[in-house]
Design a protein around this ligand. Sequence first.
Ligand code: ADP
Length: 527
Amino acid sequence: MKVVPTAVSPVALKDQKVYRLALFVAGLVYFLWWFAVKLILPTAFNPVASRMVVVVFIWSAWGLGFFSSWIKFRLRPLFLISVWFITIHYYYLFYHNGGDINWIVGSFITVAAIGIGLLSNAAMLSYSALVISLSIVLLILEPSLRYSVYFPGILTILLQANLGLRSRLNLLKTLADSNARFQLIFDSAFDGFIVHEKGQIVDVNQSIAEMVGIPREKLIGRDIMEIIHPDARAQAAAGMQREVSAMESIGLRKDGAPIAIEVRAKGFSFLKRSARLVTVQDITDRKRAEKERIDRESMAENLRLRDEFISIASHELKTPISSLKLQAQLLERDLLGGTVSAVNMNKVVSLLNRQLNRLTELVESMLDVSRMSAGSLTVDVQKMDFAEIVREVINRLRQRGGALLIHHESPEHLYMEGDLVRIRQVIENILTNAVKYGQEKPVRVVVWADAQSAHLAIEDHGMGIDAESIRRIFGRFERATSPNISGLGLGLYIAQQIVQAHGGTIEVNSEVGSGSVFTVTFPLSQA
Ligand code: ADP
C-alpha cells in the first residue's frame, strides 16, 4: 500500500519534537565534552574555538526552529548535518593528537554512539560512508595510523549491522504494518473520508479519489472547495463552523459533473492542531430512486386527472347531446304528424341552438387546454378598449340569462394592448362563474385603471371557496366541491394562462358562504 507523506502528518509532527530535543542534547553534550577532555587529557590538542563553531551551529538550528517554520520542518536534515559536523571535528582533533590511544578510543565511541542513534537506514549508510572517507583522508595524511584508523570504521559498521539494524528494522516494520493496516481500513471504507485544516485538504481516502475522479496525491494540499459544486459552496462554508450531522450537498467531479452527496463533519484536535473530519456518502442512487418515486406519483396523479376529466367531459357532453337528440325526435314527430306550428318551430330551433352553442363552447375549451398544455398559446396583441369589452360580455350574458343582476362600474373607455378574443374569454369565464356559483345574488363588476395597469374586479355573494380549494382551482380539470353545478374545471385554468401570457395577474379572495372576488390586472402596454 502506498503511503503518501503529507505536509502536517502526525509522523512529521512527532519527528519535529524528537529532532528538536536531539539537537539540544547533542549541542550540550558536545559542549560539556570539552571540559571532560580538558580534565582527563590536560595536554591534548583541544582548542575551544573550533569546538564552539560546532556547538553554535547545532544550537542555532535548535533555537531558530522555534521561530522559523522553514527550519522547523527541516530539523531532521539539520540534525544529520550536525552529527556529520561533530564527526568531522572529532577526526580533526584525532589527527592533531595522532597516535594517542585515548583519541582512537574516543573517536570509536563517538562514531558508535552516533551510528546507533540514527533512525533511518539511509542516514546510517551515508554516515558510514562519511566515516570511511574521513578514515581514508586520515590514512593519506598519517600513514602510521593505519590500524587505528581502520578499526573504528570497520567496527562501527559491524556494530551497527548487528546491534542497530535488527531492532530498527523491527521497529520500522511494526510502524509500516500498523500504518498499512490503518491505510487499508481508511481506503476500503465505502464512505469517503476527508481530513482538512481550515479548508485545506490534509488527507482523503480512496473512495473520495474515485468519487471525484482525482488521484489521492493530487487532492492533498488543495482547497476543499475545489471538490464542492459552486452551488453548494456557501452552504459548505457555513457548515464548516459547526458539527454537521447529515447534510445533503453537491460534490464536483473533475469533469465538472455534480455528484449528490450526504456529508457529516466534526472537528477534532491532534497534537494541539485543530482539524476536521468529513465523511461523504454518494447518494446518487438514493436520489435517483426518490426522483423515480416522484415521477411515478406524478404520473399516477396525471392518470387520475385524465380519468376524472374523461368522466366529467363525457358527462358534460352527454347532457347537451341528449337534449339535442330529444329535441330532434320531438321535431321529427311533429313534422311527420303535421302538427308543427311556426311558434313551436321557433322554440325548438332556439333550444337546438343553445345546446349547440354549449357543445361548441365545451369543445373550444378542450381545444384551448390542449393547445396551452402543448405551450402553443399565442396572443395577437392590438390596441383595444377594455371597458367596452367588459360591457359587451355583460350584455351578452344578460341576453342569454334573462334577468341577471349585474352592477357595473366602469370608465367610458379604457384603452390597452392585448389579444381582444382571449381577453374577452377571461372576462367571460370569470363572470360566468360568478353567475353560476353566485346563488342568484347580485354580481358587481368594477373596471378601473392606474398609471400602468387596467383592473377588473368581479364580486359575487354566493357559496364562496374554501382555502384548500383556492390553491387548486387554477389547475387543469380542478374543481372545488360545488354539488349539482356542472363544469369541466377548465375555465379558470384557461383564464390564468391567458392573463399570464399578457404579463398580468389573477387573484381571488373568498369566504365560504359569503362569496368571492376575482381581481384581474393587465399591464396597459405590452412593450
Ligand atoms: P368549472 O366552473 O367549469 O368547474 P372553473 O375552472 O371555471 O371550472 O372553476 C373551477 C372551480 O372553481 C369551480 O368548479 C368552482 O368550484 C370554483 N369556482 C370558480 N368560481 C367560483 C365562484 N365565483 N364562486 C365559487 N366557486 C367558484
